[in-house]
Ligand binder design. Sequence first.
Ligand code: BGC
Length: 246
Amino acid sequence: MTATRMGIDIGGTGIKGAPVDLETGKLAADRLRILTPDPATPEAVAEVVARIVEHFDWVGPIGSTFPAVVRSGVTMTAANVDRGWVGCNAADLLTKTTGQPVTVLNDADAAGIAEMRYGVGKDRKGTIIMITLGTGIGTALFVDGVLVPNTELGHLEIDGEDAESRASDAARTREDLSWKHYAKRLDQYVDTLVRLFSPDLVVVGGGASKHSDRFIPRLTSTVDVVPAELLNEAGIVGAALAVEHH
Ligand code: BGC
C-alpha cells in the first residue's frame, strides 16, 4: 500500500491543499485553493486549513508549510504575514482546528525537500541551495541531501537592503521591472549566495520559476542555476513529505 499524506501550502495570497502520493510525489486528487483571509490572523488561516481538510474528508497526519521561521511547530517570524503569528504554536493550533495531527515547516524548506526527493535534486550530493521567488525570497540549504532548516537567506543584506525587497517576484511586479533588469538584480543575489556558500547547484522555484527561461539564461553565475521541476505543487508535496521527516 502506498502512503498518502495531506499537504497544505499556506501562502500570502492562497492556501492550497491536496492528498499526496508519497511514492510518486504526485497529487492524489485535484488540489483545492482558497484565498488567504485578510487579515491573515492565525485563527482565520486555521479555519481555511480546516475547510480544505474537510473538503477531502481527510483523516490522518497532515503537513503544512508556513512562510516564516518555524521551530518545533512554533512560527517565529512574520516578514510578509500577520504579526499575530510571531510566537504562535501553529502546529498545536492547526491540530486543534482540524482534529488531525499537523506538522508545520517553512515553505521554502518544504519546496526544497520535494525537489530533492522527486525533482532536480534527486540523488544529488554536495551543497544545494533552493531559492523560491514569490512574495518574498525563501531559501532551503541542503548538504548531501540533508536540510539545514530555516536558513532565511532571502533576508541577506545587499547594498544595505533586504535582498527580498529588491529581488523577489513581488519586487519585479511592484516596480514593473523588465526581465533584463530583474535578471540583473537576481544575478547580484545569486552571486552573493555563491560567494558565501560555494554551492554545487542553485535551484530556482516559486511563482517566478514558470518564467525562468526569461531570466536564468541571463545570469552570469559560474555555478549551475536550474529551474525547479515541481513548480506550483512543490509546497504541497514537501508539506506531505515533512510528515514522514518528523
Ligand atoms: C520569509 C521566509 C519565507 C520566504 C518565502 C520570507 O519573507 O522570511 O520564512 O520562506 O519569505 O515565503
